[in-house]
Design a binder for this molecule. Structure first.
Ligand code: NAD
Length: 264
């Protein structure tokens, strides 16, 4: 059981998929650092986890992942507090087609930066002990999303970056496995963004089309995404894998041929 006794840092951990992932890893015996820009949600989340798991198992750090210094500081504090880092989940994400530069910043640039900071700490090349990184993509990272073009582009970017850096980690013997997860619609507060002009801008007029897609594809429970992510963490043969999670097929993988999984 890889996660037992390990230290994990999850961004966007205060609610939604991130929070479900925190709970799943706590059940598996890991200690958790919850990184989120939303202080109120983060503190509430930690307080409720403390009742179930004890206050020593988690730490909350308020951090905007797009702020380079804040992000570096979150990793530094993780190592200072828990003594190590073994698992990193770059999960924080937004759906904002109006402020589309922000979408690229949060969903792609911060995932790349988080991966590089994580590798600095975990890679055996730098004297680290190895580890696992999961970068959050979306089914919209594999297919066109007509009403969310920049969200889709950012998530395509996460897949391209993750598969490439995973190949490099394998060639360079970093001892770090890097994988990505692509869920379909998941029942989290993120879905409310499609109803807001401040998020959708001129595409707000298509909100009913997106709602029709939700009805036809169904909406997943965050706990299933967390289970899929933990199975990737536990699978020591998984590197560069692109896990898909849908209501029709459950947890499965995108087939890219020989390079789908590369050795660590
Ligand atoms: P959510 O909105 O419920 O939670 C996202 C969390 O990230 C929030 O707590 C928010 O405060 C935090 N966050 C946002 N920007 C941040 C920043 N700059 N710095 C730090 N924290 C920040 O969303 P969710 O549905 O749980 O999404 C989690 C991830 O899963 C995202 O990357 C999202 O794109 C992806 N995803 C979601 C769905 C879905 O349908 N909900 C489907 C596929 C992929």
């Amino acid at each position: 059981m890889y996660a037992n006794g390990k230290v994990a840092l999850i961004t966007g951990a205060a609610q939604g998929i991130g929070r479900a992932m925190v709970e799943e890893l706590l059940h598996k015996g890991a200690n958790l650092v919850l990184v989120d820009m939303n202080r109120i949600a983060g503190e509430e989340c930690k307080a409720s986890l403390d009742e179930q798991f004890g206050s020593h198992r988690t730490m909350f750090i308020q951090c905007d992942v797009t702020d380079q210094e804040q992000l570096k500081d979150a990793f530094q504090r993780t190592v200072e507090h828990f003594g190590r880092l073994d698992i990193l989940v770059n999960n924080a994400g937004v759906n904002n087609e109006k402020d589309w530069e922000k979408t690229v910043e949060v969903n792609l640039i911060s995932v790349i930066r988080g991966t590089y900071i994580g590798l600095e700490l975990m890679s055996k090349k730098n004297g680290g002990q190895g580890g696992v990184i999961i970068n959050m993509s979306s089914l919209a990272g594999l297919t066109p999303a007509a009403y969310q073009p920049v969200y889709s582009a950012s998530k395509h970017g996460v897949i391209g970056f993750t598969r490439s850096i995973a190949a490099l980690a394998s060639i360079g013997n970093y001892g770090v496995r890097i994988n990505t997860v692509c869920p379909a619609f998941v029942d989290t507060p993120l879905l409310e963004s499609i109803e807001k002009e401040e998020n959708m801008g001129e595409y707000l007029k298509y909100k009913d089309n997106i709602k029709d897609m939700m009805k036809s594809f169904g909406v997943l429970d965050p706990s299933l995404i967390a289970k899929g992510m933990v199975s990737l963490i536990e699978d020591d043969g998984a590197n560069g894998a692109v896990m898909k999670i849908t209501t029709s097929r459950g947890i499965h993988f995108e087939e890219f041929g020989a390079h789908q999984k590369t050795k660590v």
